[in-house]
Design a protein around this ligand. Structure first.
Ligand code: ADP
Length: 594
């Protein structure tokens, strides 16, 4: 990304604050003028006092001058305090506001994207978070250094340079010749340090990531006696970090020395030149002071140049990844606008083929009819494509080929939000948000009454356990066990009461008693609903009215348990293996003899 593109991209976010920016720029300009006052006051003082001394005037006349410069300098300082406060405050306000807008906008954008965006390799949650964080912070840092550092300093430098030319163009020319040398050294410094700050930051992140890793896996580390290896890994990171830090420091010290030296040469040349001009009567003595002080103002911003250069470089790199996320409009979820009054819940898959965005083919010519008021089970080994079917029915992805109908209307024509309001999804993995238990259940239907929420918890068999907690429904949901969290997720479903329910191994992390209780509740809720269940447990699928058997993305068999079992195919294989692993004979023996 070039600087121009960066400005173009960021200008939309800067525009709402243009008045603030204009104000900051006006203050900057006034600040640049006041920054030169000292130089002129010094010139005036030296000239006036020199002429008093020459004319052997009494001390009382000198007091006049002292009074004038005291008033000027104090007034200037008061104005300066106000200006610099305003400048910093407005600069900071611009930064904070833009940072807020960027952070909020990117979240809203990301939330609007389709599922494929999130499962793509380059947007693994960690990577996405890093890209967003780095983008927001480096962009806001650029905005800040632009308004607080670069602009004021450079305006002051230009004003000072104009002042020098105005006082004497030859001295101005000398200063103008020194500036490029100074620029050149700063640029070399920036080149040498290129990426060093970024490297240091990434080492630091790795180090803190490493510590988190150690804390998370402490029991494994200890049980395998791997403390030494972990310590060594950290030492390597630490060494890399300190090496880079030392190298950066030494480069900085060298270049800073070189810059000071160049600046001093400039000062010396200006002293010689102005002294000559004074002695030859072309200038008054005070002009020496004036030029040296103005020259100081000219070089001040260039001293910071390498840092600004590095920051802008950083921003260019991070901004690219960041604006890629911001501007991926083609990733926005598609929605039709069909919103029927009621959804019956009959799904038909017609010759559906589907590949994930990374190219994995997950479904081949799948044909299915899923009827309302029935429980349909999807059975198959891991990776067979069962969850993929649910992903397609929930419109998380669109089929690559073929068509999916819901109540006879193509799924793609449905208003996506409306469709999902009518679907309840419970996955194997717990999806609990940080917050209270009540908040987590209310997530299913934010406008439900408290009584309905408690009723849902009762149906999910979690109520008894919740009321025994010290804070009851106000306890943190993250403190619950895996099985309990799963029941919170199921309670959410009972609260939502959608006409369509997808259950992807909902009881996999539950104990036997809970599994039985939940099964009963689910059996109760299935009435007047379309229920699809994915499960490896016989108890879950044996009773379902329709079973679809999938293998490597193909639908091989379908029918009731008896139907598909008789086909002596994949289902029978899975069922027999599951039954054997249960040791049915022993179980039935125990049950009979009890
Ligand atoms: P099941 O639910 O039957 O265990 P899935 O439907 O999850 O199987 O997966 C079917 C195939 O699709 C597998 O080969 C799996 O690796 C692949 N797959 C699943 N999700 C994704 C994804 N987000 N991106 C790419 N491939 C995926």
């Amino acid at each position: 990304m070039t600087l121009l593109q960066l400005f173009k991209n960021i200008s939309i976010y800067v525009r709402p604050y243009r008045w603030l920016i204009i104000l900051a720029l006006i203050l900057t300009f006034i600040g640049a003028l006041t920054a030169q006052v000292n130089a002129y006051v010094l010139q005036y003082t030296v000239n006036s006092i020199a002429s008093l001394v020459e004319q052997h005037k009494p001390l009382s006349e000198g007091l006049n001058i002292v009074a004038i410069i005291t008033i000027i300098l104090l007034s200037k300082e008061i104005i300066n305090i106000l200006i610099s406060f305003g400048q910093k405050f407005f600069g900071e306000k611009i930064r904070i506001m833009i940072s807020k807008d960027l952070a909020q906008k990117v979240i809203e954008k990301v939330l609007s994207y389709r599922m494929a965006f999130f499962t793509a390799d380059e947007s693994g949650s960690g990577k996405l978070q890093t890209r967003i964080d780095q983008g927001v912070s480096s962009l806001t840092r650029t905005v800040q250094s632009f308004f607080i550092d670069i602009f004021p300093l450079f305006t002051s430098a230009i004003v000072a340079m104009l002042g020098m030319f105005n006082a004497n163009y030859r001295v101005g020319l000398v200063a103008l010749c020194i500036v490029p040398i100074y620029f050149f050294i700063s640029q070399r410094q920036a080149k040498k340090l290129k990426g060093a700050r970024r490297n240091i930051r990434s080492y630091r992140e790795n180090k803190s990531g490493g510590i988190i890793n150690i804390l998370e896996s402490i029991s494994v580390i200890k049980s395998f006696n791997r403390e030494d290896i972990e310590a060594k890994k950290q030492l390597e990171l630490q060494t890399a970090l300190t090496d880079t830090q030392m190298r950066t420091r030494s480069t900085n010290f060298k270049f800073d020395a070189l810059k000071t030296f160049t600046e001093q040469i400039g000062v010396v040349i200006i002293i010689i030149l102005t002294a000559y001009l004074v002695l030859s009567g072309q200038m008054q003595i005070g002009a020496i002071m004036l030029h040296i002080m103005l020259f100081n103002n000219v070089t001040a911003p260039i001293r910071q140049l390498h840092r600004i250069y590095d920051e802008v470089n950083d921003a260019l790199i991070y901004a690219e990844g960041f604006f890629d996320i911001m501007n991926s409009d083609h990733q926005t979820e598609q929605s039709g606008n069909y919103r029927p009054e009621k959804i019956e819940g009959k799904f038909e898959l017609r010759d559906v083929n589907f590949s994930y965005p990374n190219g994995t083919k997950a479904l081949f010519n799948a044909n299915m009819t899923i009827l309302p008021n029935k429980i349909t089970a999807l059975v198959g080994l891991s990776g067979a494509g069962k969850s993929t079917v649910i992903n397609l029915l929930d419109k998380f992805y669109e089929p690559t080929e073929g068509e999916i109908l819901l109540d006879g209307v193509p799924l793609r024509d449905y208003d996506t939000k409306y469709l999902r309001e009518n679907i309840g999804l419970v996955l194997q993995k717990n999806h609990i948000f940080s917050g209270t238990i009540a908040e987590n259940i209310f997530y299913g239907k934010p406008d439900a009454s408290y009584e309905d929420m408690v009723e849902a918890a009762k149906q999910a068999f979690i109520h008894e356990q919740v009321i025994n907690l010290p804070d009851g429904y106000e306890s943190s949901a993250l403190l619950l066990s895996g099985g309990q969290q799963q029941r919170i997720a199921i309670a959410r479903l009972f609260l939502k009461k959608p006409p369509i329910i997808f259950l992807d191994e909902p009881t996999a992390s539950l104990d036997a008693i809970a599994t039985e209780q939940i099964k009963n509740s689910l059996d109760a809720i299935k009435k007047d609903r379309t229920v699809i269940i994915i499960s490896h447990s016989i108890s879950q699928f044996i009773d379902s009215e329709m079973i679809y058997v999938l293998k490597q993305g193909r639908v091989l068999e379908h029918g009731t348990h008896e139907d598909v079992y008789k086909q002596n195919g994949a289902y029978r294989e899975i069922f027999d293996a599951a039954a054997r692993s249960l040791n049915v004979e022993r179980i039935s023996g125990t049950m009979v003899n009890k």
